[in-house]
Design a binder for this molecule. Structure first.
Ligand code: MLT
Length: 410
């Protein structure tokens, strides 16, 4: 009989969001008339911008004609999209990122997991705690960790607590690590990192020969102009960082799927014998071997994000969700809840009222207010006693959610 990968057996019962889905489905089955409002998973609700759908329609028509039909595209993405990303997201902001350092993909979730293919199992890893569960679970799956303890912390990983006490800004690891996952604007806490904070991390990585895996999937939600949108705005980052970006949240692509990863050509890692080699060719090789590229139609849609209309329309989408975030912040604060995040990120991170555990508050909100959020402890031990609400929803639902919470806590 084939042997299974026993690392999977170390994983906690379910990936956080399916587990929430399971509880919500059970509630809905038992309460079919309840109008449940979902502010759990950060899934967008507003339709794709018209500039994007127009570009996709045009691309569909091209695919219908022999003369303009396209089969396999370049695995790394079409030049028309890579050039736009390089110019708009990086060079325009003074970052030295070239088009051939950009790898277009089907999602940052996938890329943050897949990137582990190019790293040896012996690497030590640090994650922020609470953390986007994908970073942890993918390391468990490849066998880089031991078992989880009672709080869900896996042996072998270094956890960097982010709590209200340290303003959700973790201290540097006490012991040297090889790989550091940083997510800014942060999922789940909504915290952002100042230029000084990011420079501290880049300096740490340079001094310790570490590598930063920087997840910037929520950069479009930054409102404060002083906050860097890319790790490559930081001096020296090209030699120590990989960046992940996505069209999911700013342009509504959660179901459409398009993202990209930047692997600078200056970035090197070591062989067992101590030789340094660039990572770019390894990631390129991995991408070409295991991925056939994002569909042409989707990439044309992503390209349209950079048009004048696309910029206006995605800007409006971000503004809409950030207004939702402001409503949630104000409404929760008025209800006496301590609230964080939601100012430069689409996530509100709150202290559970009355010191309830995260899952107890989840159940209370679901059963008594028919609202779904995400328990902080699902993101890590340091998330216990916190709760996340997503600003991705219709205005009417957000307003009603605020009213229900206020009624619940009266
Ligand atoms: C979340 O709710 O944390 C996000 O939707 C996760 C994701 O983007 O994969």
């Amino acid at each position: 009989m084939a042997r299974l990968n026993e690392n999977f057996l170390k994983l906690k019962a379910g990936y956080l969001f399916p587990e929430i889905g399971r509880r919500v489905s059970a509630f809905v089955a038992a309460n079919p008339d309840a109008k449940v409002i979902r502010l759990g998973i950060g899934d967008v609700t507003e339709p794709l911008p018209p500039a994007v759908t127009a570009a996709m329609h045009k691309a569909v028509d091209e695919m219908a004609e022999r003369s303009s039909f396209r089969g396999y595209g370049p695995e790394q993405g079409y030049d028309f999209l890579r050039d736009k990303i390089a110019q708009h997201d990086y060079q325009r902001r003074g970052c030295n990122v070239q088009a051939d350092e950009i790898f277009v993909s089907d999602g940052s979730k996938c890329d943050t997991g897949n990137i582990l293919d190019v790293f040896d199992l012996s690497n030590t890893v640090a994650v922020q705690d609470p953390v986007y569960p994908v970073y942890v679970d993918t390391n468990v799956m490849v066998g880089r960790t031991g078992a989880a303890d009672a709080q869900g912390r896996y042996a072998g990983l270094t956890y960097l607590p982010c709590t209200a006490e340290n303003n959700f800004t973790p201290a540097l690891p006490e012991q040297r690590v090889d790989l550091i996952y940083l997510c800014y604007p942060n999922n789940p806490t909504g915290a952002v990192a100042s230029r000084e904070t990011l420079q501290t991390w880049v300096n740490y990585a340079r001094e310790n020969n570490s590598l930063i895996l920087f997840d910037a999937a929520y950069e479009a939600f930054i409102q404060d102009e002083s906050i860097p949108r890319s790790i490559f705005e930081i001096d020296g980052a090209r030699e120590v960082a990989i960046e992940f970006r996505s069209f999911s949240k700013n342009a509504g692509f959660t179901g459409t799927r398009c993202a990209f990863t930047v692997v600078p050509k200056d970035l090197q890692a070591q062989t067992a014998s101590g030789e340094t080699k660039p990572l770019h060719p390894l990631w390129n090789r991995r991408h070409c071997t295991k991925f056939n590229g994002v569909p042409y139609i989707i990439q044309r849609g992503a390209e349209a994000v950079y048009s004048t209309e696309g910029q206006q329309q995605t800007g409006d989408l971000v503004k809409f969700y950030m207004e939702n975030a402001a409503l949630l912040r104000a409404g929760l604060t008025a209800a006496g809840i301590e609230v964080f995040g939601g100012e430069n990120a689409p996530y509100i991170w709150l202290k559970t009222p009355g010191g309830a555990t995260s899952w107890d508050f989840f159940d209370r909100l679901l059963n008594d207010a028919h609202l779904v959020g995400t328990p902080g402890s699902g993101f890590g031990a340091s998330g216990e006693g916190y709760f996340r609400l997503s600003a991705f929803n219709s205005r009417a639902n957000v307003e009603e959610a605020v009213e229900r919470i206020q009624r619940l806590l009266k």
